[in-house]
Ligand binder design. Structure first.
Ligand code: PMH
Length: 389
Protein backbone atom coordinates (compact mmCIF):
# COMPACT_ATOMS: atom_id res chain seq x y z
CA UNK A 1 0.00 0.00 0.00
CA UNK A 2 1.20 3.49 -0.84
CA UNK A 3 1.45 5.51 2.36
CA UNK A 4 2.24 9.01 1.06
CA UNK A 5 0.70 11.73 3.22
CA UNK A 6 -0.54 13.55 0.12
CA UNK A 7 -0.85 12.84 -3.56
CA UNK A 8 -0.62 16.25 -5.18
CA UNK A 9 2.25 18.48 -6.25
CA UNK A 10 1.10 21.45 -4.19
CA UNK A 11 1.89 22.15 -0.54
CA UNK A 12 2.47 24.85 2.07
CA UNK A 13 5.62 24.80 4.18
CA UNK A 14 5.35 26.01 7.77
CA UNK A 15 8.71 26.82 9.30
CA UNK A 16 8.31 26.04 13.01
CA UNK A 17 11.84 27.36 13.65
CA UNK A 18 10.60 30.77 12.44
CA UNK A 19 7.60 30.57 14.82
CA UNK A 20 9.95 29.74 17.70
CA UNK A 21 12.33 32.56 16.79
CA UNK A 22 9.49 35.11 16.65
CA UNK A 23 8.10 33.89 19.99
CA UNK A 24 11.44 33.97 21.78
CA UNK A 25 12.24 37.47 20.47
CA UNK A 26 8.82 38.66 21.64
CA UNK A 27 9.24 36.99 25.01
CA UNK A 28 12.53 38.83 25.50
CA UNK A 29 10.87 42.09 24.46
CA UNK A 30 7.92 41.80 26.89
CA UNK A 31 10.03 40.45 29.77
CA UNK A 32 10.24 37.32 31.88
CA UNK A 33 7.28 38.22 34.10
CA UNK A 34 4.85 38.88 31.25
CA UNK A 35 2.99 35.89 29.83
CA UNK A 36 2.92 35.35 26.09
CA UNK A 37 -0.42 33.96 24.89
CA UNK A 38 -0.01 32.45 21.43
CA UNK A 39 -3.10 33.17 19.32
CA UNK A 40 -3.73 30.02 17.25
CA UNK A 41 -7.35 30.59 16.27
CA UNK A 42 -8.51 29.77 12.73
CA UNK A 43 -6.05 26.88 12.51
CA UNK A 44 -3.24 29.24 13.60
CA UNK A 45 -4.16 31.76 10.88
CA UNK A 46 -4.08 28.87 8.41
CA UNK A 47 -0.65 27.63 9.52
CA UNK A 48 -1.68 24.58 11.61
CA UNK A 49 -2.92 25.05 15.17
CA UNK A 50 -1.54 22.11 17.18
CA UNK A 51 1.87 22.26 15.51
CA UNK A 52 2.24 26.03 15.89
CA UNK A 53 0.81 25.85 19.42
CA UNK A 54 3.38 23.24 20.49
CA UNK A 55 6.23 25.21 18.90
CA UNK A 56 5.11 28.43 20.62
CA UNK A 57 4.83 26.69 24.00
CA UNK A 58 8.31 25.20 23.57
CA UNK A 59 9.67 28.68 22.76
CA UNK A 60 8.25 30.33 25.88
CA UNK A 61 4.50 30.90 25.41
CA UNK A 62 2.49 30.11 28.58
CA UNK A 63 -0.90 29.54 27.02
CA UNK A 64 -2.90 29.49 23.78
CA UNK A 65 -5.93 31.39 22.54
CA UNK A 66 -8.54 30.35 19.99
CA UNK A 67 -11.83 31.83 18.78
CA UNK A 68 -14.33 29.02 19.31
CA UNK A 69 -14.78 26.09 21.69
CA UNK A 70 -14.45 23.51 18.91
CA UNK A 71 -10.92 24.76 18.19
CA UNK A 72 -10.00 24.39 21.86
CA UNK A 73 -11.45 20.87 22.14
CA UNK A 74 -9.68 19.87 18.94
CA UNK A 75 -6.35 21.02 20.47
CA UNK A 76 -7.08 19.06 23.67
CA UNK A 77 -7.81 15.96 21.58
CA UNK A 78 -4.43 16.37 19.92
CA UNK A 79 -2.55 16.40 23.20
CA UNK A 80 -2.26 20.09 24.13
CA UNK A 81 -2.44 20.36 27.93
CA UNK A 82 -1.47 24.05 28.33
CA UNK A 83 -4.19 26.56 29.31
CA UNK A 84 -6.42 27.51 26.36
CA UNK A 85 -8.58 30.64 26.30
CA UNK A 86 -11.54 30.90 23.90
CA UNK A 87 -11.64 34.58 22.89
CA UNK A 88 -15.04 34.47 21.20
CA UNK A 89 -18.59 33.99 22.41
CA UNK A 90 -19.42 30.41 23.42
CA UNK A 91 -23.16 29.77 23.89
CA UNK A 92 -23.65 29.43 27.68
CA UNK A 93 -25.33 26.04 27.28
CA UNK A 94 -21.90 24.62 26.38
CA UNK A 95 -20.09 25.60 29.62
CA UNK A 96 -20.13 22.00 30.82
CA UNK A 97 -18.18 20.91 27.73
CA UNK A 98 -15.65 23.66 28.41
CA UNK A 99 -15.36 22.49 32.03
CA UNK A 100 -14.91 18.88 30.93
CA UNK A 101 -12.03 19.81 28.59
CA UNK A 102 -10.52 22.33 31.03
CA UNK A 103 -10.97 25.18 28.56
CA UNK A 104 -11.16 28.80 29.73
CA UNK A 105 -14.02 30.84 28.28
CA UNK A 106 -14.64 34.53 27.76
CA UNK A 107 -17.32 36.10 29.97
CA UNK A 108 -18.45 38.99 27.83
CA UNK A 109 -21.70 40.20 29.38
CA UNK A 110 -23.67 40.10 32.61
CA UNK A 111 -26.34 38.01 30.85
CA UNK A 112 -23.76 35.51 29.62
CA UNK A 113 -22.39 35.01 33.14
CA UNK A 114 -25.90 34.54 34.57
CA UNK A 115 -26.75 31.97 31.89
CA UNK A 116 -23.39 30.21 32.25
CA UNK A 117 -23.97 29.88 36.02
CA UNK A 118 -27.43 28.45 35.33
CA UNK A 119 -26.00 25.79 33.00
CA UNK A 120 -23.28 24.62 35.40
CA UNK A 121 -24.27 21.45 37.22
CA UNK A 122 -21.81 21.49 40.10
CA UNK A 123 -18.71 21.81 37.88
CA UNK A 124 -16.48 24.83 37.82
CA UNK A 125 -15.60 26.69 34.66
CA UNK A 126 -12.88 29.29 34.41
CA UNK A 127 -13.22 32.42 32.34
CA UNK A 128 -11.56 35.73 31.53
CA UNK A 129 -13.79 38.77 31.74
CA UNK A 130 -13.89 40.71 28.48
CA UNK A 131 -14.08 44.47 28.87
CA UNK A 132 -15.22 46.57 25.94
CA UNK A 133 -13.05 49.66 25.91
CA UNK A 134 -14.04 50.86 22.45
CA UNK A 135 -14.10 48.03 19.93
CA UNK A 136 -17.85 47.48 20.48
CA UNK A 137 -17.59 43.79 19.66
CA UNK A 138 -17.80 41.86 22.96
CA UNK A 139 -17.46 42.89 26.58
CA UNK A 140 -18.87 44.72 29.56
CA UNK A 141 -18.80 48.47 29.00
CA UNK A 142 -19.77 50.21 32.22
CA UNK A 143 -18.68 50.39 35.85
CA UNK A 144 -22.19 49.19 36.84
CA UNK A 145 -21.75 46.07 34.73
CA UNK A 146 -18.39 45.36 36.39
CA UNK A 147 -20.13 45.63 39.78
CA UNK A 148 -22.84 43.20 38.61
CA UNK A 149 -20.11 40.77 37.51
CA UNK A 150 -18.51 40.92 40.97
CA UNK A 151 -21.91 40.21 42.53
CA UNK A 152 -22.55 37.20 40.25
CA UNK A 153 -19.10 35.83 41.09
CA UNK A 154 -19.84 36.14 44.82
CA UNK A 155 -23.03 34.12 44.35
CA UNK A 156 -21.65 31.44 41.99
CA UNK A 157 -18.47 29.66 43.15
CA UNK A 158 -18.60 27.52 39.99
CA UNK A 159 -17.66 30.55 37.90
CA UNK A 160 -13.94 31.16 38.39
CA UNK A 161 -12.56 34.43 37.02
CA UNK A 162 -8.91 33.93 36.07
CA UNK A 163 -8.31 36.96 33.91
CA UNK A 164 -9.56 40.19 32.41
CA UNK A 165 -8.85 41.65 29.01
CA UNK A 166 -9.77 44.07 26.27
CA UNK A 167 -8.98 44.38 22.58
CA UNK A 168 -7.70 47.42 20.70
CA UNK A 169 -9.29 48.66 17.49
CA UNK A 170 -6.41 50.80 16.20
CA UNK A 171 -3.18 49.53 17.75
CA UNK A 172 -1.70 49.06 14.26
CA UNK A 173 -2.26 52.70 13.26
CA UNK A 174 0.36 55.41 13.56
CA UNK A 175 -2.04 57.76 15.36
CA UNK A 176 -2.23 56.56 18.97
CA UNK A 177 -5.12 58.69 20.22
CA UNK A 178 -7.98 56.14 20.05
CA UNK A 179 -5.66 53.43 21.32
CA UNK A 180 -4.71 55.56 24.36
CA UNK A 181 -8.40 56.30 25.08
CA UNK A 182 -9.10 52.57 25.09
CA UNK A 183 -6.12 51.97 27.37
CA UNK A 184 -7.39 54.52 29.91
CA UNK A 185 -10.94 53.21 29.72
CA UNK A 186 -9.67 49.65 30.35
CA UNK A 187 -7.64 50.72 33.39
CA UNK A 188 -10.63 52.54 34.84
CA UNK A 189 -13.09 49.68 34.29
CA UNK A 190 -10.87 46.97 35.78
CA UNK A 191 -9.88 48.95 38.89
CA UNK A 192 -12.45 47.24 41.23
CA UNK A 193 -11.24 43.73 40.26
CA UNK A 194 -8.67 41.73 42.30
CA UNK A 195 -5.99 42.36 39.63
CA UNK A 196 -3.14 40.72 41.53
CA UNK A 197 -4.91 37.35 41.21
CA UNK A 198 -5.73 37.74 37.53
CA UNK A 199 -4.11 37.45 34.14
CA UNK A 200 -4.60 40.97 32.78
CA UNK A 201 -4.05 41.54 29.06
CA UNK A 202 -4.83 44.06 26.39
CA UNK A 203 -2.01 43.98 23.83
CA UNK A 204 -2.20 42.23 20.47
CA UNK A 205 0.91 42.00 18.26
CA UNK A 206 0.84 45.67 17.27
CA UNK A 207 0.48 47.00 20.83
CA UNK A 208 2.90 44.41 22.20
CA UNK A 209 5.57 45.32 19.66
CA UNK A 210 5.15 49.07 19.98
CA UNK A 211 4.88 49.38 23.75
CA UNK A 212 7.94 49.06 25.94
CA UNK A 213 5.87 48.66 29.12
CA UNK A 214 2.23 48.70 30.20
CA UNK A 215 1.49 45.17 29.02
CA UNK A 216 -0.13 44.35 32.39
CA UNK A 217 0.97 40.73 32.79
CA UNK A 218 0.21 39.09 29.42
CA UNK A 219 0.31 39.80 25.70
CA UNK A 220 -1.78 38.09 23.01
CA UNK A 221 0.60 37.42 20.16
CA UNK A 222 -1.00 36.58 16.80
CA UNK A 223 0.06 37.87 13.42
CA UNK A 224 3.68 38.59 14.31
CA UNK A 225 4.23 35.12 15.74
CA UNK A 226 3.75 34.06 12.12
CA UNK A 227 6.44 36.55 11.08
CA UNK A 228 4.05 39.06 9.55
CA UNK A 229 3.79 42.76 10.40
CA UNK A 230 0.46 43.98 11.82
CA UNK A 231 0.42 46.86 9.31
CA UNK A 232 2.78 48.70 6.98
CA UNK A 233 2.52 51.95 8.92
CA UNK A 234 4.16 50.66 12.10
CA UNK A 235 7.02 48.84 10.33
CA UNK A 236 9.66 51.17 11.77
CA UNK A 237 8.41 50.53 15.33
CA UNK A 238 8.94 46.75 15.21
CA UNK A 239 11.87 46.07 17.58
CA UNK A 240 13.20 42.85 16.00
CA UNK A 241 13.17 41.11 12.62
CA UNK A 242 10.02 39.09 12.04
CA UNK A 243 10.62 35.83 10.23
CA UNK A 244 7.71 34.66 8.01
CA UNK A 245 6.77 31.02 8.61
CA UNK A 246 4.42 30.30 5.69
CA UNK A 247 5.50 29.59 2.12
CA UNK A 248 3.36 28.10 -0.66
CA UNK A 249 4.62 25.93 -3.51
CA UNK A 250 3.53 23.84 -6.45
CA UNK A 251 5.07 22.39 -9.61
CA UNK A 252 4.44 22.65 -13.34
CA UNK A 253 2.13 19.81 -14.35
CA UNK A 254 2.07 20.49 -18.11
CA UNK A 255 4.14 22.67 -20.43
CA UNK A 256 3.33 23.61 -24.04
CA UNK A 257 4.14 26.18 -26.69
CA UNK A 258 1.18 28.11 -28.02
CA UNK A 259 1.19 30.18 -31.19
CA UNK A 260 0.65 33.90 -31.48
CA UNK A 261 -3.11 34.54 -31.40
CA UNK A 262 -4.02 31.44 -29.37
CA UNK A 263 -5.95 31.95 -26.12
CA UNK A 264 -5.65 30.53 -22.63
CA UNK A 265 -8.25 29.54 -19.98
CA UNK A 266 -11.95 30.33 -19.45
CA UNK A 267 -13.36 33.19 -21.42
CA UNK A 268 -10.34 33.06 -23.75
CA UNK A 269 -9.49 36.29 -21.93
CA UNK A 270 -5.73 35.94 -22.52
CA UNK A 271 -4.40 35.87 -26.06
CA UNK A 272 -0.70 35.35 -26.84
CA UNK A 273 0.79 38.25 -28.78
CA UNK A 274 3.75 36.07 -29.77
CA UNK A 275 4.58 32.37 -29.75
CA UNK A 276 4.66 31.64 -26.02
CA UNK A 277 5.63 28.84 -23.62
CA UNK A 278 2.76 28.22 -21.21
CA UNK A 279 2.88 26.14 -18.02
CA UNK A 280 -0.06 24.67 -16.12
CA UNK A 281 0.05 24.85 -12.30
CA UNK A 282 -2.30 22.58 -10.29
CA UNK A 283 -3.54 25.31 -7.91
CA UNK A 284 -6.86 27.12 -8.21
CA UNK A 285 -9.37 29.23 -6.42
CA UNK A 286 -10.60 26.18 -4.46
CA UNK A 287 -7.13 26.16 -2.88
CA UNK A 288 -7.56 29.83 -1.97
CA UNK A 289 -5.65 31.21 -4.98
CA UNK A 290 -8.49 33.54 -5.79
CA UNK A 291 -9.51 34.56 -9.32
CA UNK A 292 -8.61 38.15 -8.50
CA UNK A 293 -4.94 37.05 -8.54
CA UNK A 294 -5.12 36.80 -12.34
CA UNK A 295 -1.99 38.42 -13.80
CA UNK A 296 0.11 38.24 -10.59
CA UNK A 297 3.55 36.69 -10.58
CA UNK A 298 4.76 33.31 -9.35
CA UNK A 299 8.42 32.29 -9.08
CA UNK A 300 9.93 29.74 -11.44
CA UNK A 301 13.67 29.26 -11.79
CA UNK A 302 14.17 32.28 -9.49
CA UNK A 303 12.27 34.58 -11.86
CA UNK A 304 8.85 36.23 -11.78
CA UNK A 305 6.41 34.84 -14.36
CA UNK A 306 2.84 36.07 -14.69
CA UNK A 307 -0.38 34.10 -14.43
CA UNK A 308 -1.95 33.89 -17.90
CA UNK A 309 -5.73 34.13 -18.17
CA UNK A 310 -8.36 33.32 -15.60
CA UNK A 311 -7.60 31.19 -12.56
CA UNK A 312 -9.72 28.01 -12.64
CA UNK A 313 -11.05 26.09 -9.63
CA UNK A 314 -8.07 23.72 -9.47
CA UNK A 315 -5.46 25.04 -11.94
CA UNK A 316 -4.02 28.13 -13.55
CA UNK A 317 -1.68 28.76 -16.44
CA UNK A 318 1.49 30.84 -16.40
CA UNK A 319 3.60 32.56 -19.07
CA UNK A 320 7.05 30.94 -19.17
CA UNK A 321 10.20 32.63 -20.45
CA UNK A 322 11.40 29.31 -21.89
CA UNK A 323 10.53 25.62 -21.87
CA UNK A 324 10.76 24.00 -18.41
CA UNK A 325 10.18 20.32 -17.68
CA UNK A 326 6.98 19.28 -15.87
CA UNK A 327 7.82 18.95 -12.18
CA UNK A 328 9.68 22.29 -12.09
CA UNK A 329 9.02 24.02 -8.76
CA UNK A 330 6.63 26.99 -8.70
CA UNK A 331 6.63 29.25 -5.63
CA UNK A 332 3.47 31.26 -5.04
CA UNK A 333 4.51 32.73 -1.67
CA UNK A 334 8.15 32.61 -0.60
CA UNK A 335 11.59 32.89 -2.17
CA UNK A 336 13.50 31.40 -5.06
CA UNK A 337 17.10 32.56 -5.56
CA UNK A 338 17.08 36.37 -5.17
CA UNK A 339 13.33 36.85 -5.70
CA UNK A 340 10.61 36.85 -3.03
CA UNK A 341 6.83 37.05 -3.16
CA UNK A 342 5.63 38.11 0.28
CA UNK A 343 2.28 37.62 1.98
CA UNK A 344 2.00 41.43 1.95
CA UNK A 345 2.40 41.50 -1.84
CA UNK A 346 -0.44 38.99 -2.31
CA UNK A 347 -2.58 40.87 0.23
CA UNK A 348 -1.95 44.09 -1.72
CA UNK A 349 -3.05 42.44 -4.97
CA UNK A 350 -6.23 41.27 -3.26
CA UNK A 351 -6.75 44.67 -1.60
CA UNK A 352 -6.80 43.09 1.83
CA UNK A 353 -4.58 42.53 4.88
CA UNK A 354 -1.90 39.85 5.23
CA UNK A 355 -3.96 38.12 7.98
CA UNK A 356 -6.51 37.02 5.38
CA UNK A 357 -4.11 35.24 3.02
CA UNK A 358 -2.95 32.16 4.98
CA UNK A 359 -6.49 31.83 6.42
CA UNK A 360 -7.77 31.61 2.86
CA UNK A 361 -5.32 28.94 1.62
CA UNK A 362 -7.76 26.07 1.95
CA UNK A 363 -7.43 22.83 3.90
CA UNK A 364 -7.04 21.07 0.53
CA UNK A 365 -3.44 22.33 0.55
CA UNK A 366 -1.36 19.99 2.75
CA UNK A 367 0.72 21.73 5.41
CA UNK A 368 4.28 20.45 5.74
CA UNK A 369 5.96 21.38 9.05
CA UNK A 370 9.69 21.99 9.06
CA UNK A 371 12.18 22.54 11.81
CA UNK A 372 15.75 23.56 11.07
CA UNK A 373 15.04 22.72 7.45
CA UNK A 374 13.86 19.12 8.10
CA UNK A 375 10.31 17.90 7.58
CA UNK A 376 8.83 17.01 10.97
CA UNK A 377 5.23 16.29 10.10
CA UNK A 378 2.63 16.66 7.34
CA UNK A 379 -1.00 17.57 7.93
CA UNK A 380 -3.51 16.75 5.25
CA UNK A 381 -7.11 16.88 6.55
CA UNK A 382 -8.33 15.18 3.34
CA UNK A 383 -6.65 11.94 4.34
CA UNK A 384 -7.54 12.62 7.99
CA UNK A 385 -4.35 11.66 9.70
CA UNK A 386 -1.10 13.18 10.79
CA UNK A 387 1.79 11.38 9.22
CA UNK A 388 5.28 11.61 10.62
CA UNK A 389 8.05 11.41 8.09
N1 PMH B 1 -6.84 39.05 20.72
C1 PMH B 1 -8.04 39.09 20.11
C2 PMH B 1 -9.27 39.23 20.94
C3 PMH B 1 -8.11 39.02 18.72
O1 PMH B 1 -9.31 39.07 18.13
C4 PMH B 1 -6.91 38.92 17.96
C5 PMH B 1 -6.89 38.90 16.47
C6 PMH B 1 -5.69 38.87 18.65
C7 PMH B 1 -5.70 38.95 20.03
C8 PMH B 1 -4.36 38.76 17.95
O2 PMH B 1 -4.10 39.91 17.22
P1 PMH B 1 -2.81 40.02 16.26
O3 PMH B 1 -2.95 38.91 15.29
O4 PMH B 1 -2.96 41.35 15.63
O5 PMH B 1 -1.64 39.86 17.14
N2 PMH B 1 -8.12 39.00 15.87
C9 PMH B 1 -8.36 39.31 14.58
C10 PMH B 1 -9.65 39.48 14.09
O6 PMH B 1 -10.72 39.33 14.82
N3 PMH B 1 -9.62 39.85 12.83
O7 PMH B 1 -8.36 39.92 12.46
C11 PMH B 1 -7.55 39.61 13.53
Amino acid sequence: MNTASFYRDTWAEIDLSAIKENVSHMKKHIGENTHLMAVVKANAYGHGDAEVGKAALEAGASCLAVAILDEAISLRKRGITAPILVLGAVPPEYVQAAAEYDVTLTGYSVEWLQEAARHLGGETVSFHLKVDSGMNRLGVKTEEEVQSVLKILGQNPGLVCKGVFTHFATADEKDRSYFLCQFDRFKKLIAPLPLKELMVHCANSAAGLRLKKGFFNAVRFGISMYGLRPSAEITDEIPFRLKPAFTFHSTLSHVKKIHKGESVSYGAAYTAHKDQWIGTVPVGYADGWLRKLKGTAVLINGKRMNIAGRICMDQFMVELDQCYPPGTKVTLIGSQKEETITMDEIAGRLETINYEIPCTISSRVPRMFLENGSIMEVRNPLLQENTSK
